[in-house]
Design a protein around this ligand. Structure first.
Ligand SMILES: [Zn+2]
Length: 139
């Protein structure tokens, strides 16, 4: 994390404050909050934060997000809290998702039947692609 931000008040005036359990510890100069971040290499960049919140809004559970993205469900819960995300209640659309490699994705899209009666979004996920698809519940 190049520029740590205070998880409590979002301030950027942060000073290093020792290492605890192999993690760099920081102190916020604004609100004096102590916090630590994972060691380099375990940093979760904003790419995964965005993806996790995206999935959360789509109605996918914390545990599922953990499985898909490989970030702990506790982290996801923290981000949801931190960014004050509230997922709208969805009753008419049901989201499902699939993870494809490129060839599988092309195959899937080749079949026009897969595109009927549903909206979808394709987003890059590491070396694969994630497709979130919405199907309207039958009346
Ligand atoms: Zn602070």
């Amino acid at each position: 994390m190049k520029h740590p931000i205070c998880p409590r008040c979002d301030a950027q005036e942060i000073v290093k404050s020792g290492i605890v359990n192999e993690r760099q510890r920081y102190r916020c100069k604004k609100c004096s909050y102590y916090f630590s971040v994972n060691k380099i290499g375990k940093n979760i960049d904003s790419y995964y934060v965005t993806k996790a919140l995206q999935l959360y809004i789509e109605g996918i559970s914390y545990r599922e997000i953990e499985r898909i993205l490989g970030v702990s469900h506790v982290s996801v819960m923290n981000w949801v809290r931190k960014y004050k995300i509230k997922a709208p209640e969805q009753t008419e659309y049901h989201p499902t998702y699939k993870i494809f490699n490129h060839a599988e994705l092309v195959d899937y899209l080749k079949n026009g039947g897969n595109l009927k009666g549903a909206g979808m979004m394709i987003t890059e996920l590491g070396d694969k692609y994630m497709m979130i698809k919405w199907k309207r519940f039958k009346e």
